[in-house]
Design a protein around this ligand. Structure first.
Ligand code: BGC
Length: 743
């Protein structure tokens, strides 16, 4: 065959492929249209209605199960949440298959950090700065959930949060829009795998659209008041990343944004999401958030609530019953057009077709697969790996850690030392057996069988009794080293779990003080879903690990790090304040006209007279058992045009004794700009594995996109001028600096 002929054949092949793809695409759209034509208005409205199943609720449940099954048979329900397991979901799907048009249900569930095998809470995973590990954790969660009859997870939560009082910081990726966007992408890819229609993929749901994390005072469900520039700069990027990654659905939010509840926010849903961003999936409300607009004072009743929500772009009503009760009348009254209803229904049916539910409504109901795919050895191993990647070494004076496996006796003290189910943290499911969860005590026993463990709880988490202090002190006196497992209860973070006081609760810091009096070397492990305040511990205890809630493999992961089987490399994705008075506190703030120079500069500067400005632990902070040297910074040029890019390179050396990973961070500052820009913004990072003594040359590329921002007219622009470039180990540990000009 000659060259021209084979080229022609090749083109023909491509053309046929493209045509088939277009034809297939059309087929889904056509199928949806055909079905829509057969549907009565009532059946269409049914598709927009989502009910809770018969367990787990985060709001009032509004009907009994029997009547829900009847409603499903009448075609009045499009989706059900909080029903899992193939047998259970099948029972509900069978009811849907008895409806006139046999339109299958979608089963949704908060699969936030694992299904049966529980992974670390999302904030903990964010500390790994490891996109592969994060994607893998979501992939496994999706595989297990799909095998358990679920097709839709209400995750990832991509809300930026600068306020650790807010209980839901545990569910997101922290304070930074750059890191948050990468994590949003990784999670969406993980959940949706090779795409909807595969039996191990679930629909992702980016939530809560938008700005829920900026609730005033950190009080859950509170109002949000922010400039649109702030919204676009800091709060929207992770949502945009999720949409670009192909998230099938979005969830709106409980909060109002500048006076307009998110569930009726046309600007967010119609202008931005479905307009500017071209989002093709559907938007579900948050639990009861459409009806709650009456409490907001935005509408007077459920009739008006439904009108405002559907017209603004909320496609599915989760548990408000506003749509099912009012949309027909709203159409009759000409307040809502049939075209608006059709658009919402079309979006939902498209996903049902993509999930393959019309071909086989029970394709996710295979009992053998459910058994086979859940809790596999590979899933458990992955959970252990992500868990140790999430542990942040805050402090390690005199290299107290890692511990030797030959120690004679360790006193294991603290209210969380033997805890099991607590390790799962908030937003975990009651799937699986408590026996599968590894406590710290068990993990340490397994890791160093020769060492004797003396256990003493010392105190309770929140109780103020000091009755156990003596026993703890005595245990410490008999030990070579003391390990203390301290923290919050898992239900002290999560939805509706805001705290005004984020100190380590109860008398735990007193217990740490009492144990420190033994003079023995002390290691404290802090378990929590948020940054806590623990100044005595931070100032006096030589070694501190922040372990968040690590999931089923918590104990093994903590022991891996304690004994140096794994060298910690995690970095804080959120700032730790010295005390609540500093909140909101975040690294990417503006400079102000009177910036304080250092922590003691209070002379008419922007400072507190009773508190330094710096945080206790900064964004990006996290130590390793090794040390890393940064040197030899080179810029490919000192002046760049908007059409060009600068390559930045430097040498990173492992200058310590242990092989380990460093997250090298790149920050930029636009020195003169209108409007003004933050003192520092993360614009790149690399997690690099280095053997002792090994050096690698690291490069970053800076292009126009990294230098752009939103101006007052919300246009994405760059301004010429000087940019400062900072490379370091944390936002407050910059090792290399230079600057360049944008022309
Ligand atoms: C939460 C959502 C969650 C939903 C369903 C609401 O209370 O805000 O994030 O997905 O409940 O459980």
């Amino acid at each position: 065959m000659n060259r021209t002929k084979s080229l022609l054949l090749c083109f023909l092949g491509i053309a046929i492929f493209i045509n088939t793809a277009i034809a297939q695409q059309k087929t889904t759209a056509q199928k949806v249209d055909e079905l829509l034509k057969k549907m009565t208005l009532a059946e269409k409205i049914g598709q927009l209605n989502q009910y809770n199943g018969d367990w787990e609720a985060t709001g009032p449940i509004t009907a009994d199960v029997g009547s829900k099954l009847d409603a499903i048979r009448r075609g009045e329900v499009g989706s059900v949440l909080n029903i899992i397991g193939v047998a259970h979901t099948r029972k509900f799907q069978e009811a849907a298959m008895q409806s006139r048009l046999r339109i299958p249900l979608i089963f949704g569930q908060d699969v936030i950090h694992g299904y049966s095998v529980t992974f670390p809470i999302p904030l903990a995973e964010a500390a790994s700065w490891d996109m592969e590990a994060i994607e893998k954790s979501a992939r496994i969660a999706a595989t297990e959930a799909a095998a358990g009859g679920v097709q839709w997870t209400f995750a990832p939560m991509v809300d930026i949060a600068r306020d650790p009082r807010w209980g839901r910081v545990m569910e997101g990726a922290g304070e930074d829009p750059y890191l948050g966007s990468l994590i949003a992408t990784a999670r969406v890819h993980g959940f949706q795998g090779k795409g909807l229609g595969n039996l191990d993929a679930v629909m992702a749901c980016a939530k809560h659209f938008a700005a829920y994390g900026a609730a005033i005072g950190g009080r859950d469900y509170n109002s949000v008041d922010m400039s649109l520039r702030n919204l676009w700069e800091f709060y929207l990027p992770p949502f945009k990343a999720a949409a670009d990654a192909g998230a099938a659905t979005f969830m709106n939010s409980f909060n109002d944004l500048n006076g307009v509840p998110a569930s009726a926010n046309r600007y967010l849903m119609r202008d931005i999401l479905k307009g500017k961003w071209g989002f093709k999936g559907f938007v579900v409300s948050d639990w009861g958030s459409i009806g709650e607009m009456i409490n907001h004072g935005y509408v007077k009743d459920n009739y008006e609530a439904a009108e405002a929500a559907i017209n603004a772009g909320s496609d599915m009503d989760m548990e408000s019953r506003s749509y099912i009760k009012n949309l027909a009348k709203l159409v009759a009254d000409k307040k809502v057009s049939v075209a608006t209803i059709d658009e919402a229904v079309r979006r939902i049916l498209t996903k049902k077709f993509e999930l393959g539910l019309f071909e086989d409504a029970y394709r996710f109901n295979n009992a053998e697969r459910e058994k086979r795919m859940i809790n596999t050895a590979a899933h458990i191993e992955a959970a252990r790996d992500v868990a140790r990647k999430s542990i942040v070494l805050l402090k390690n004076d005199k290299q107290l850690l890692p511990l030797s496996k030959d120690l004679g006796t360790i006193a294991l003290i603290g209210p969380l030392a033997k805890s099991k189910k607590e390790m799962k943290g908030f937003w975990s499911l009651d799937v699986g057996d408590e026996k599968e969860i590894v406590s710290l005590y068990e993990g340490m026993e397994l890791a160093a069988p020769k060492t004797k463990l003396l256990y003493a709880p010392g105190c309770d988490i929140t109780d103020t009794s000091k009755a156990g202090f003596d026993e703890a002190y005595k245990a410490a006196m008999q030990a070579d080293v003391v390990v203390m497992a301290m923290g919050e209860r898992p239900d002290m973070t999560g939805e509706a779990k805001s705290r005004s006081n984020i100190h380590l609760p109860g008398v735990q810091e007193d217990l740490i003080k009492a144990v420190m009096a033994s003079g023995k070397p002390v290691v404290v492990l802090l378990m929590s879903g948020r940054p806590m305040v623990f100044n005595y511990t931070a100032d006096h205890v030589p070694a501190i690990l922040y372990t968040w809630w690590l999931g089923n493999q918590a104990g093994n992961a903590m022991a891996d790090v304690l004994y140096g089987n794994y060298n910690p490399g995690a970095k804080l994705p959120i700032t730790f304040p010295r005390t609540e008075g500093q909140i909101p506190i975040y690294y990417n703030h503006l400079n102000t006209g009177r910036p304080a120079h250092g922590d003691n500069d209070v002379n008419y500067t922007s400072a507190y007279i009773d508190l330094p400005n710096s945080p206790k632990f900064a964004f990006g902070h996290g130590l390793s058992y090794s040390t890393f040297k940064y040197s030899n910074l080179k810029l490919s040029k000192k002046t760049m045009l908007k059409t060009e890019a600068i390559t930045v390179s430097f040498d990173l050396q492992n200058s310590g004794k242990y092989a380990g990973e460093e997250v090298a961070q790149l920050y930029l500052r636009d020195m003169v700009s209108q409007p003004v820009r933050p003192v520092k913004e993360l614009k790149g990072f690399q997690k690099v594995m280095l053997q002792p003594g090994e050096t690698k040359t690291i490069t970053f590329t800076i292009d126009k996109n990294k230098l752009s921002f939103y101006n007052e007219a919300l246009e994405w622009i760059t301004q010429p001028g000087e940019f400062k470039l900072m490379i370091g180990s944390a936002s407050d540990d910059i090792r290399l600096e230079d600057s360049f000009l944008l022309n």
